[in-house]
Design a protein around this ligand. Sequence first.
Ligand SMILES: [Cu+2]
Length: 511
Amino acid sequence: MKYKHPTCATLLSIALGLASFHLYAAEPDAAKTKLAAKPADPSIVGEEVALLTQAPAVPPAIKRSQPTKVVVKLEVREIVKRMADGVDYLFWTFGGSVPGSFIRIREGDMVEFTLANHPSSKMPHNIDLHAVTGPGGGAASSFTAPGHSSQFSFKALNPGLYVYHCATAPVPMHVGNGMYGMILVEPKEGLPPVDKEYYVMQGDFYTSGKYGAEGLQTFDQEKANDERPTYVVFNGSVGALVGDKAITAKVGETVRLYVGNGGPNLLSSFHVIGEIFDRIYPEGGTIASQRNVQTTLIPAGGSAMVEFKVEVPGTFIIVDHSLSRAFNKGALGMLKVSGPENILAYSGKEVDAVYLGRQAEAGSESEKKVTSLQAQMKEAIKTDPRIASLTKEIQIEKGKQVFMQTCFVCHQIDGQGVAGQIPPLGKSDFLMADKERSIKIVLQGLTGDLTVNGKKFNGTMVPLNYLADEDIANVLTYVRNGFGNSGDAVGVAEVRRARSEAPAPAANSFE
Ligand SMILES: [Cu+2]
């Protein structure tokens, strides 16, 4: 990785023990006593809070050379999200998205894992991490009712790229609703440096309606039993890696994909059209055991790491090479490579929209028209002042969810920060003085001397540019109107503008 800053690891550890996870009911005393009685592990030095990312972002490479205690907090939420255009689904998620948040630790680390189950959940859930050595991979210790949280610890004995998933009965239903993600246990010696890293995870979904049937879809038990999915997708929805959500690289760069398959049922024949994997780590193991591979097989509940250098610009289509899934069920993504033509390596025409059919990023003319009409309708509604204030309220509620997923570990649930270490957002003169600056702080991070409400701070906030424009607009609308602040809404367009003015670094290179 070309992390120019030596700070990544330190950034992650700034939240050292700051976060008290008092969102949920307290742990039973018995559990506490058990934790306290655990003998100290002499190999563990220090403590840090893991930065979790949502796909396709991957947390930065680990620079530490010794094991530490890593605090991981993952929250289960059952939320309705987009499955395809016009199609919604009640996903059960680890961390608010499918696949679940990416966790990155180092071989030998002691992980203190807290699984919280949001009070709005209908179901109990738990987690089985394939990286755990121990019965059930953590499942029994992490069984958590809605509105509660559970804690357990494990030592990362084996390096590798591991799937985690819910193991609550009926398991295929929990997994089939999106309850899976990945944890990377970096080997002691680290992984070879690359320029770009991305998180891609396949899953099969079984809906009551046919592919594309509009409205809220429910889980179809019979289709699941028969292993006849309606949708097969990368990163939780049709088109999650298409168009302006495609992953990107520049000619000459090396790319590593952390590819997982949550299943619950299908095997993936993972392929990037027009690329050859220079190296693969099959089944998520730590030895690059093959070179020059076209398609790698990823079992359900398994993974692979693939690495390749991109030599030619253009759009490279990512598929499950069981092609009906790619062209008829959604298992299609894009890697967009920018840079000068490389006529010696390849000369030819671009990806053909006819070939991709409905999956082409531009879509058909009529789809374009529908999108443009919908946009016009939205604009017309927005100018109604009553709608505008309701829109702001929605933004505030959505922003609160982003805050509770991303910002609270440092700025605390009440937005008051931590004296001398993390500045407050509540009644912050600095925050409220400049809206555009606050957008750039979230996009680009902030470091160095800072005075908030007359008090001095000198810390580092990591760039959170992996958040979508909408999430950033919402979370800033929330903080600028919560904790005793009062300000106007932050629009998605303002965030988009700020992002384009200072091009965001790659999803994973904090520079
Ligand atoms: Cu579950």
